[in-house]
Design a binder for this molecule. Structure first.
Ligand code: BGP
Length: 487
């Protein structure tokens, strides 16, 4: 029997406006938190992500907005704003069934609190969705991916302010109405759990004393939960065809040993990650968080009706990013390895990427099984991939066999998970076309099947070219995985 993925499996690729779109200051777009992300040096990134995890202050924010000398690569991204037709044609050439992108909220509501949207911003995404539709590519749209209108930071204090819920819901309703019939798959907040780690990019939180305040962060998370549930309600009312997903940066934790203390530690780490999907899929705060809040002196402000909102409007499916796994040890010591969200102990059974992220394809099968056992809602892998340094040969070709190897091993494990009985909607590897890194703002950390000729300083033609992985992925899609599953 030939092994292959189920019919209708959504193969594609993923991007986000803050790292890919560019068009800074064009078409009436307002200032976004991501516009203040400074390029991080290799030394700084060793200490994990630089700006990404450093608490932001008003002074630093104002400096970045007025700075005319620093490098802010997310402002130009890969210039999708001007090259969307060419890029979508390349996605179509690979046979994409779906394409994940995000709408830049400040392109639709430049300040965030206006009553009327910016028509030019809306018209831009109309053109993008029409172009996708021309090739039969289903858009998968994130409403908030690491960018947030700056005005809502300076005037309202970001998501810790409950008023932001109304602004978000207005934005969500505006795009649901406008793109009705053009977009069916929506994600509310990218990696909603990242808010519990950085606060600024997606939550607009500032911490003047340079320390993260857990109570403010969890209050902001609560407001995003309510906003997401109300957006889900609106999506279904506006078009019953709409499918709304939550999005988690999944971090599977393995116990370091069979010491029961390590097992318990792994459970706790898992709970701190799955708290977000527990609320958004099951529709209520899990019991274990009551203890966490009590022990950390956190008193969340719930308004009457909040619990009912969460219960009545859970998401339709769960999506997640998967790059790595982590180790849980009750009494930690020893070498740390880097990662997309945290520093952790390295796993001796795994190899790591150029950026020190440990590669674990079987962990993907583990996590797919665990998530499906827990929730029994359809799953969608909306990010996965290898950030690597690519070399352009003299004839312009790029031989990225390491990327093919990485993706192939993950796809094989996805297939195993489907055979295990997991309902998996699709797979959109991250940065299907090279784009700026979220954590370090580098361009040289590349994930794409499509190469973009630009360097970390933004020099280059920005011309696109096909890597070896482009042709490989085209075959994977054309054969529905059969070419790699049966060799
Ligand atoms: C995820 C983000 C993406 C993305 C990816 C890779 O956490 O949702 O926006 O960039 O990680 O991370 P990086 O760009 O730092 O390599």
């Amino acid at each position: 029997m030939t092994k292959q993925f189920p019919d209708g499996f959504l193969w594609g690729g993923a991007t986000a406006a803050n790292q890919y779109e560019g068009g800074f200051g064009e078409g009436g777009r307002g200032f976004a938190t991501s516009d203040t992300s400074r390029a991080v040096s290799p030394e700084e990134r060793k200490s994990m992500g630089g700006e990404f995890t450093t608490p932001m202050t008003l002074e630093k924010l104002k400096f970045a907005m007025e700075d005319t000398e620093g490098l802010y690569p997310k402002r130009w991204g890969s210039d999708f704003y001007h090259r969307y037709k060419e890029d979508i044609a390349l996605f179509a050439e690979m046979g994409f069934k779906t394409f994940r992108l995000s709408i830049a909220w400040p392109r639709i509501f430049p300040k965030g609190d206006e009553l009327e949207p910016n028509e030019e911003g809306l018209a831009f995404y109309d053109k993008v969705f029409d172009e996708l539709n021309k090739y039969g590519i289903e858009p998968l749209v994130t409403l908030s991916h690491y960018e947030f209108p700056i005005h809502l930071v300076t005037e309202y204090g970001g998501w810790k302010n409950r008023k932001v819920i109304d602004f978000f819901v207005r934005y969500a309703e505006t795009v649901f109405n406008r793109y009705k019939g053009k977009v069916k798959y929506w994600l509310t907040f990218n990696e909603i759990n990242i808010l519990g780690l950085t606060g600024y990019l997606s939550g607009g939180l500032l911490f003047e004393d340079g320390k993260l305040h857990l109570d403010e962060m969890y209050q902001a998370v609560h407001h995003q939960f309510i906003a997401s549930a109300l957006a889900t309600k609106a999506a279904h009312e506006i078009d019953p065809e709409n499918q709304v997903g939550m999005m988690l940066a999944r971090m599977e934790s393995y116990p370091a040993t069979c010491n029961p203390d390590d097992i318990m530690e792994a459970i706790k780490k898992d709970q701190s990650n799955l708290f977000y999907s527990d609320v958004q899929v099951r529709g209520e705060y899990p019991r274990y968080m009551k203890r966490f809040f009590k022990e950390n002196n956190i008193e969340l402000q719930f308004e009457p009706g909040d619990e009912a909102i969460l219960k009545q409007y859970p998401v339709d499916f769960m999506s997640f990013s998967y790059y790595m796994t982590s180790i849980a040890r009750a009494n930690p010591s020893g070498e740390k390895t880097s990662g997309n969200l945290m520093l952790g102990e390295s796993n001796p059974y795994l190899e790591a990427s150029d950026w020190g992220w440990q590669i674990d394809p079987v962990g993907l099968r583990v996590t797919l099984n665990k998530l499906y056992d827990r929730y029994q809602v359809p799953l969608f892998i909306v990010e996965n991939g290898l950030g690597a340094l690519d070399k352009v040969e003299e004839d312009g070709s790029i031989h990225d066999s390491y990327r093919i190897d990485y993706l192939e091993k993950h796809i094989e494990q996805m297939y195993e998970a489907i055979e295990d009985g997991v309902e998996l909607l699709g797979y959109t590897p991250w940065g299907c076309i090279d784009l700026v890194s979220a954590s370090t703002s580098e361009m040289s950390k590349r994930y794409g099947f499509i190469y973009v000729d630009a360097d970390d300083q933004g020099n280059g033609s920005f011309d696109r070219s096909r890597k070896d992985s482009f042709f490989w992925y085209k075959d994977v899609i054309a054969t529905n995985g059969a070419n790699i599953l049966n060799d």
